[in-house]
Design a protein around this ligand. Sequence first.
Ligand code: DUT
Ligand code: MG
Length: 589
Amino acid sequence: MERYFPEKIDRSDQIKRIKNYIKPHWKRLSISLILTVLVAASTAAVAWLVKPVMDDIFLKKDVTLLTVFPLIIIAIYIVKGIAIFAQSYLIRQIGQRVIMKVREDLYGHIQTMSLGFFHKYPSAVLMSRFTNDISRLANISSAVVANFFRELFSLLGLICVALSRDWKLTLIALTVLPAASVPITKVTERLRKFSRKTRDKNAEMNNFLQESFTGIKIVKIFCREKYEKEKFNNVNNKIYRLTMKTVKADEIISPVMELIGSLAIALVIWYGGLQVIKGTSTPGTFFSFIAAVMMMYGPVRKLARMNNNIQQSLASSERVFGLLNMAEEEVIDKGKGVKPESFKEKITFEGVTFSYEKDDGIVLKDIDLHIHRGEIVALVGSSGAGKTTLCSLIPRFYDVNGGRILIDDIDIRSLDLKWLRQQIGLVTQENLLFNDTVSNNISYGKEDASIDEIKNAAQIAYAHDFITDMTNGYNTVIGEKATRLSGGEAQRIAIARAILKNPAILILDEATSELDSESETIVQKALDNLMKNRTTIVIAHRLTTVFKADRIVVLENGEIIETGTHEELFNNGGTYKRLFELQFMPAIK
Ligand code: DUT
Ligand code: MG
């Protein structure tokens, strides 16, 4: 079962992509190929030398050659050694550069994907594309180009030596080759299948680990350790079984090859020995030939194994390229959008309709809404009414399915996407901070901010005092998921970050989780400072917010059902009154 990324890509596209990645390295590659020929030549030379050694030293007892040949052998191995080192180094360098480039491209590509993509593919699965699959992909370039040509050329060289020694014998020995190819292709097929499945299971394990570690509190409070452990063992077991299947297929190759090789050798000894006994061939010719055939075993075995590696790499490359091939979803920035001087007047929703998936239910229906510059508009509505969704349409996290959203009478889809997002500040329910220093977190939206600007923003957000109380002040690293901060502190840092960005439009998704009243007050004060002189759309969960709003918009089942001030709506006695009594009143009591 292919759970993630079922997208298949066709083989020619795959090869084309690999070629494109290798192309820039053609110079290194050519040098490496030349070195490869040198390695092959030295291998063949050794087999070739067996004849003169045998016939001239052993049979003719030539003393000068006795001193020359050992030296020649040493020289050959020196040349071979240097050539192998240089060639392998170059190839692995190319491999690593390809890895780096593929990672770079993949990361760049994934960053352009819309939010919908990230909902569909768990982050752990995406991560395993970077770690497991890309490294395997690099094996293609190094395995294929380095070792493949090296072994192939060596094999060809040895075949030439064998042919020159005795072409009839060579043909006899080579008759076994077709027999060898059958089991190899069989095994290869199986390996590819297992490899693909193993990758998939590994991704599943990564995903599982990430979820269970981040959700460890939930696991513990529900006492589901045993359940989680069983779930993990299940995946773990499947990976083991798949891997062992791969191992079996991988390890069967060598013995089978060896067996087939022994057939060739047996044939050759029988027929070649007959020629020597009959006097039609010399022992030198025979042994040189045998040496060549035996030395072929190495390259042939490596080529067969390499094929397995290549199959595994191809499986990985399918996943990586499949991902690279995926078109950026929905939200497209053509890079030619309009860049107005600034946000001047209003944001307008005109008959906006939206659903997350094509076949899913409609989340927003026919939304008409005008938000004027400087206004504070509070969105209220029961859970699942579509408040967060409505807000995420403004920075184009998703594009509308029907109708349009305008900023100063320009459809936001014709605006420069970067410009649009620069106008907007977002403080969400989950205050996402990075595992970095406090100052880097605050200046995330303004790289060139000076330390004074950062401190100023922190002061406005009522964060300066607790920051300076920390051991390293603004240079304190706040830990993964800001675990080293309290909820209120994390919120104030997120507010400082928004203050520094200084956006014209502010989207606040108020936290539903209650802070204690002291930090609540201080966060509220920070928010008040943030909202000054801005156009604010706030998803209200607090009483103070609805009182402060210029206008309240009530959303129910994806539709706007009431709009007005608190007094107007309350006195109408409609949905707002009911919601108010339900959601906001308990806070007063
Ligand atoms: N929805 C999806 N996919 C998403 C997010 C939401 O299908 O990625 C659905 C769930 C819900 C509807 O859209 O039925 C509206 O969700 P939204 O998050 O906009 O609701 P809300 O008004 O913000 O609810 P809450 O007050 O609980 O935050
Ligand atoms: Mg919400």
